[in-house]
Design a protein. Sequence first.
Length: 375
Amino acid sequence: MTKRFGGPALLALCVLAGTPVRPPEGIKNLCDLRILPGVPGAAALEIPRVNGSELSVSPRLQSGRHPFILTKGMEEWAALGKFSSLDWFKETFPKAIVDYYPENLADVHRKPFLRPMQEVLTEFAREQEPPPVGWGQTGKSSSSRYIHWRMTAREWGAVRHLLKPQHPFFTTDQAWLHKCLPKKIRRPRDGKVNWPVNNWIKHTHWKIIVIGEQDSGMFFHADGFSTSTFVAQFVGRKRWKICTPASHDVMYRAGDVDTFFPDYESYPNFRAADCADVVVHPGEVVYYPSHFWHQTLNLDRPCVSMAGRRIDENNMHEVYSELKHRCKHPGPDITKQWPGAAPNLSKRNCKAIKKCFKMWKDIFARDVSDSHGEL
């Protein structure tokens, strides 16, 4: 087992090197922070904090190729107040199906229980006794509960007005989503509604609300589907380790490396990973481009955030290719066995993908300068 090097000894080393640092709020371990250039395992990726005006005038960040944290971008959102009460979710969406991980999602092999929101949050509200050694904030506790709510189009439509105004960087789907996908129809033979936008949102996990408690989190991975991602933090603090895709060859398999407490004896190549270690606070939005690897750790109870996806000029070709592949090679329809699970793309959506891609090219195919200077 690798002996972890941290605490006062590491802080002293940083001071001697002329780089005094303190751990971010809520973090007790120094060994994974951005500390010393050239030290194996030290993070080098910089993720700037910017406000909306700074984001709007930064060609570098507007390009969508670099991660950042938006501050002061949610101050007028009614959701900041609504989402602070888990009873609001339980009362507003009692029958919504959520992915429930009663033993955390720190392990890639954990599978969810698909259960109604009201039932899960009633259980979640019963606060657990802390472990004998206390909540260690390692993200590995099997006692910490974790919830993924993969929203439907109707559910997203019921909350989207609570998330206004949004910075235009995060609303690019408004220009194409309802224009390239087919309209909702009611099938005459059985009266069932065929709603392509709903199928799209559920299949792609277009909007997800995540609820967790302290010491819960998600294992190290890169998102599927090739889109970029933004995550708005409503309640509690969430710690992130975010790594550039240029480091892909040193990441091993999803879930192998615990980036907060890396075992370099078992995974020595991870020393070369280019990562940042940040804490995102309520009212902030973290953004990372396609293929960036990441691991999360909830520092408070409850911890509530919402993830959204973004297609742009950087990833539209990959997204198009992946969609075509999914249409050509659909997996088994798991919704028959587990109602509420993510469905395959519908035939109507598969026929519309080419139209969507043409629209993306018209909207996004522009020359975006990529400045490497200071903001």
